[in-house]
Design a protein around this ligand. Structure first.
Ligand code: SF4
Ligand code: SF4
Length: 200
């Protein structure tokens, strides 16, 4: 190796070819030592859990799969304003807005609603900025885990997955701890300044 290279990296190791001792040449002591290490692990507390049968307790501020919430009457809260998509650093959110018809007031809370709303879970970094940006309290991250899939297309979550079902509302209060609410209202965070005045 070039001497100049060693001078630059300062990482030099002199390798010498030493002869094996008699015990080393038998190999058996090294094999038994390795086996003893392996067997000793049988009596230790495992570092892994048998997911999904067992789960570890999550942090209270864990951010998992999103939900698009409905209001108390069951109408979708999202008004397709696009602020969540604007706030998303991973450009994971896309949507198409549509105008609510007069006979759809029970379906959509606002006059404009998201006809399509998609989150690419492969892009999402679960930062929670979409939740912070939403002026309608429509999108929340929850304590649910995004399922593993085999196909990339299955990670594009549409409204059929994201909007909460009428009979199984998703409780988002667990993650809205005083610390989280304080963070959301702290004006020193850039996104709170950007959306100040827009939030209702
Ligand atoms: S959690 Fe962050 S990365 Fe994921 S969709 Fe929301 S803003 Fe984008
Ligand atoms: S910010 Fe809220 S209301 Fe606006 S498009 Fe996103 S989820 Fe819908």
């Amino acid at each position: 190796m070039d001497e100049q290279y060693f001078n630059l990296s300062k990482r030099k190791k002199v390798v010498t070819e030493t002869k094996m001792s008699f015990m080393e040449s038998l190999y058996l002591p090294a094999i038994f030592k390795g086996m003893a290490t392996t067997i000793s692990h049988l009596f230790r507390k495992p570092a892994t859990v048998r997911y999904p049968e067992e789960t570890r307790e999550f942090s209270t501020i864990y951010r998992g799969q999103h939900v698009l919430k409905r209001d108390e009457k069951g109408a979708e809260r999202c008004t397709a304003c696009g602020l969540c998509a604007l706030a998303c650093p991973a450009e994971a959110i896309t949507m198409e807005a549509a105008e609510r018809k007069s006979d759809e007031k029970h379906l959509y809370r606002e006059e404009k609603y998201a006809a399509t709303y998609e989150i690419n879970m492969l892009r999402c970094i679960f930062c929670g900025l979409c939740e912070d940006a939403c002026p309608k309290e429509a999108i929340f991250l929850t304590d649910r885990i995004v399922d593993a899939e085999f196909m990339r297309k299955d990670f594009i979550y549409g409204k059929e997955i994201l909007v909460e079902s009428m009979d199984k509302p998703v409780d988002v209060s667990k993650r809205q701890t005083p610390e989280v609410l304080e963070f959301k209202n702290d004006k020193k965070h850039k996104h709170n300044q950007v959306f100040e005045g827009i939030q209702s």
